[in-house]
Design a protein around this ligand. Sequence first.
Ligand code: SF4
Length: 243
Amino acid sequence: MKGRVFDVQRFSVHDGPGIRTTVFLAGCPLRCAWCHNPEAFAGEGARLRDVEDVLAEALRDRDYCAASGGGVTVSGGEPLLQAGFVRELLKRARAERLHTCVQTSGAVPEELVRSVEEVVDLFQFDLKHLDGQRHEALTGVGNERLVENARGLAARGACVEFRLPVVPGFTDDDANLRALAAFLTGLGVRALQLVPYQRMYLDKYRALGLAARCAHVEPPSAAHLERVRRTLAGAGVDAAVAG
Ligand code: SF4
């Protein structure tokens, strides 16, 4: 089983609990205006790799990862476009007693989500905008599929950490924050991770010759994040900045 992999980061501490190996898979159906990994959809640097080969890389740090409660995260891009590879890799990681995490936009057919559920300990699921037209303007696709997948995962009792990329002027309007809170509380979810927009990725766009739609956007200040947090708290959702 092979997957199109464009990067593997060892000793990651921001992609789930503990110390982790994060595997970045190429391809994404979205084109988020603020995407930090344009190489994911540009296909730049991606190569076909065997599950065994990627697992062997993760197992180099197995003892550190396992001792910290960490493990393996698959990210992207949209990793569930390669659900067969993800399933096999995470099944093998679990057999090595490593925690497994998938970072997803949720914008994939439901059967792909279901196909990996039994080998995933944690889904980190981005919710960007609850207004379908606005979502399409920001990402190139509507939000129907990801809304249904979020509902399905919650209904089936999967462990899901929902996340909001806080991109000033793009995803943080009050109407979206209130709609997000209503959606989450409707699922019985009371927590949300805030992922602040950062600018470090802009060099990648220059290197790839791509235009960055958010090049003018400044990262949210602490006061800005606090406003977002309070708006969500007022609507019944506890939000915290992702570690
Ligand atoms: S879903 Fe993620 S990888 Fe895909 S375009 Fe959006 S930010 Fe980039």
